[in-house]
Design a protein around this ligand. Structure first.
Ligand SMILES: NC(=O)c1ccc[n+]([C@@H]2O[C@H](COP(=O)([O-])OP(=O)(O)OC[C@H]3O[C@@H](n4cnc5c(N)ncnc54)[C@H](OP(=O)(O)O)[C@@H]3O)[C@@H](O)[C@H]2O)c1
Length: 315
C-alpha cells in the first residue's frame, strides 16, 4: 500500500495517522443515504468496487444497515475487519462527557464492530442532551447546551482511546480558529479533521495547518454534494475531464487526493462506486489549473449552526 506522498496509484493512497495507530485509506465511502435498502446495496457496492474506508454517523440513523452490509460483504469477499477503516461520529446531543461512552458503545453495537478506527465529534455545537436529535423550542430555534465545552467533550473522547476500542479521534465541521485551542490543550491530538472541501472551498489555511501537524484533512462534498451548478459542471473541470478521458467526478476526486487530502464520496449505485474508485493522477498542468479556479461556494451550512444541511427528511 502506498502513502499519501506516493501518488503512483491514487486508489491505494493511505494517510498515516499522527498517533501511530495506522493509516486511513484516502478514498472514503460516505454513508449519508436516506433509504435503508439503498444504504445496504450502496455499502456492498462500495466494498466490491474497492473502497476500504467507510464513514458513518449516529445522526445518519443507518448504522445498523451499514453494519449488516459490512458484515455480509466482508464475509462474502473474504476481507478481514483489519483491512477496512470505519469511522463514526458523536452527535451534538451527546457532548456531555457522561454521554460520550454510551453513545460510542451504541454505535459500535449498531455497526456490529468490536472497535472503531476513528470516532469524530460530528460538530462543535452541543445541543440539549437527550434522545431528540434535533431539539427545538416552540419557535423552531435549536436548543443548545451551554453546560459543556468542546474541551470537556474532547477529554471524554481521549478516554475512549485510553480504553482501547477506539484507535483515533478527531473533529468535524470545525474551523481553524475553533480547532487551535483544542489542538493546544489536547493530551491526544486530533488525528483527523473532516470538513467540506472542493475546488470552490479549498480551505487552504486549514489544510496547511493539518499538513504541518500531521493531521489528516478529510474532505466531504468533494463533488460539491453533487449540486448543479457546482464543481461537477465547472468548465475547467469539464475541459480537463475531456482532455484526460475521465469523468468530471473522477477529476475532482483525483485533485482532492493529489493535494494531500483524504475524501468521502457517496456513490449510490455499483456503477458509480466503480467510477468514483477508479481515479488516476492528473497531469501537473491540469492540477494547477484546478488550483486557480476562483469561484468560492460553501454548499453545507452545518458549520454555522450544527444543524445538518443534508440529513434527509424523516431521519
Ligand atoms: N461532517 C459532516 O457534517 C458531513 C456533511 C455531509 C456529508 N458528510 C459525509 O460525506 C459523505 C460524502 O457526501 P457528499 O454529499 O459530499 O458526497 P459526494 O459524492 O460529494 O456527493 C454526492 C452527490 O454526488 C452525486 N454523485 C456521486 N457520484 C457521482 C458521479 N460519479 N457523477 C455525478 N454525480 C455523482 C450523487 O448523486 P446520486 O445520489 O444521484 O448518486 C449525490 O447527489 C457523506 O456520505 C457523509 O459520510 C459529512
Amino acid at each position: 500500500m502506498t502513502e499519501s506522498s506516493d501518488l503512483s496509484d491514487l486508489r491505494l493512497t493511505k494517510m498515516p495517522l499522527n498517533n501511530g495507530s495506522g493509516y486511513m485509506p484516502a478514498l472514503g465511502f460516505g454513508t449519508l443515504i436516506a433509504d435503508a435498502a439503498v444504504t445496504k446495496t450502496a455499502t456492498r457496492g462500495a466494498l466490491e468496487a474497492g473502497f476500504r474506508h467507510f464513514d458513518c454517523a449516529e445522526r445518519y440513523r443507518n448504522e445498523r444497515e451499514v453494519g449488516e452490509a459490512l458484515q455480509v460483504g466482508l464475509a462474502a469477499a473474504g476481507i478481514a475487519r483489519e483491512d477496512i477503516f470505519v469511522t463514526t461520529k458523536l452527535w451534538n446531543t451527546n457532548h456531555r462527557p457522561e454521554r460520550v461512552e454510551p453513545a460510542f458503545e451504541a454505535s459500535l453495537d449498531r455497526l456490529r464492530l468490536r472497535y472503531l478506527d476513528l470516532y469524530l465529534i460530528h460538530t462543535p455545537f452541543a445541543f440539549q442532551p437527550g434522545d431528540e436529535q434535533d431539539p427545538r423550542d416552540q419557535t423552531g430555534n435549536v436548543l443548545y447546551d451551554d453546560g459543556v465545552t468542546l474541551l470537556d467533550t474532547w477529554r471524554a473522547m481521549e478516554s475512549l482511546v485510553d480504553g482501547g476500542r477506539c484507535r483515533a479521534i478527531g473533529l468535524s465541521d470545525i474551523s481553524l480558529n475553533e480547532l487551535l485551542p483544542i489542538f493546544e490543550a489536547a493530551r491526544i491530538k486530533p488525528a483527523v479533521v473532516q470538513v467540506e472541501s472542493h475546488p470552490y472551498l479549498p480551505e487552504t489555511e486549514l489544510l496547511r495547518f493539518c499538513k504541518e501537524k500531521g493531521v489528516v484533512f478529510l474532505a466531504f462534498a468533494p463533488l460539491g454534494h453533487g449540486m448543479r451548478p457546482g464543481p461537477l459542471e465547472d468548465p475547467v473541470i469539464s475541459a480537463i475531464a475531456t482532455q484526460v478521458g475521465k469523468t468530471p467526478a473522477q477529476v475532482l476526486l483525483a485533485w482532492a487526493v493529489q493535494r494531500g487530502t483524504a475524501l468521502l464520496t457517496t456513490p449510490r449505485s455499483a456503477d458509480r462506486a466503480k467510477e468514483n474508485f477508479n481515479i488516476s493522477a492528473l497531469p501537473e498542468d491540469a492540477f494547477d489549473e484546478i488550483n486557480r479556479i476562483q469561484t468560492r461556494q460553501r454548499f453545507n451550512a452545518v458549520v454555522k449552526t450544527g444543524s445538518p444541511g443534508f440529513i434527509p427528511q424523516g431521519r
